[in-house]
Design a protein around this ligand. Structure first.
Ligand SMILES: Nc1ncnc2c1ncn2[C@@H]1O[C@H](COP(=O)(O)OP(=O)(O)OP(=O)(O)O)[C@@H](O)[C@H]1O
Ligand SMILES: [Mg+2]
Length: 235
């Protein structure tokens, strides 16, 4: 269970999230909102990549600032840009790197890596340089490299932006079939079909918090209002 308690966040002088209090218990939670509304900041607070300026984020009783190390093992974070996440030269080495903290025997690492490469359609690329994969393949690798660690909660920041239709479906299926709780930041509204809950962020506040259909209606209304006020101002 994730608890935001009066969380405020600023980058320097710039206030990005204002007084957010909520509990996230549902299995599938989506986060939508315009560019710059604070979604990635919100997501990064969940695994302690960012620390609140005031208030606290508590994950299963652990404070993301005081218990950072434990929070990091509990919450996996998939970055929007897979290049930020790929650390090893080859595809197989990158996956194996995720397993290092577990100190498994070499044969066990190899067998797990093979299983995951097969499942993500990357088996033919096992010894290829990871940075030469296509954007979508990199994204699949980045996701596999987080999930192979079996985090209890997974946060995805726009996991489908680089993907073609086939790979987008593949990722949606991966998320659908996860046993873990997943929090997905996305501009891809189709992704949110069947989710339990969707948060809509606007200028650092949660302006709607509902099941997908009404939340997405609120989001679309908001975008329409923004467009018409821009037109009225003659921008
Ligand atoms: N490292 C940073 N330093 C200063 N300002 C930042 C930094 N990162 C983000 N911001 C600003 O904070 C605000 C919220 O950014 P955030 O990345 O959370 O938005 P977002 O909703 O994820 O947007 P997008 O849909 O474009 O990914 C933006 O105005 C952005 O310019
Ligand atoms: Mg973002």
């Amino acid at each position: 269970m994730i608890h935001f308690d009066s969380v405020t966040f600023s980058y320097g002088e710039r206030r990005v999230l204002t007084d957010i209090t909520l509990d996230l218990n549902e299995h599938r939670i989506g986060v939508v909102g315009g560019n710059g509304s604070g979604k990635s900041t919100f997501a990064r607070l969940i695994n302690g990549l960012l620390a609140p300026i005031s208030g606290a984020v508590i994950v299963d009783g652990l404070n993301t600032v005081h218990d950072l190390k434990k929070v990091r093992t509990k919450v996996g974070f998939v970055f929007q840009d897979p290049d930020l996440q790929i650390v090893m030269p080859t595809v197989a080495e990158d996956l194996a790197f995720s397993l290092r903290p577990l100190r498994l025997p070499k044969s066990e690492v190899e067998s797990q890596v093979s299983t995951w490469l097969d499942a993500y359609g990357l088996a033919d690329h096992r010894d290829h340089p990871a940075h030469l994969l296509s954007g979508g393949q990199k994204q699949l690798l980045a996701i596999a490299a987080i999930l192979i660690m079996k985090p209890q909660i997974v946060v995805f920041d726009e996991p489908t932006t680089l993907l073609d239709l086939r790979n987008k479906r593949r990722i949606m299926n991966v998320v659908d079939s996860l046993e873990q709780q997943a929090i997905v930041v996305t501009h891809d509204l189709e992704f949110l079909n069947g989710f339990d809950r969707v948060l809509v962020l606007d200028q650092g506040r949660v302006v709607a918090d509902d099941s997908p259909a009404p939340a997405l209606d609120a989001y679309k209304r908001l975008s329409r209002e923004e467009r018409s006020s821009l037109r009225d101002r003659g921008d």
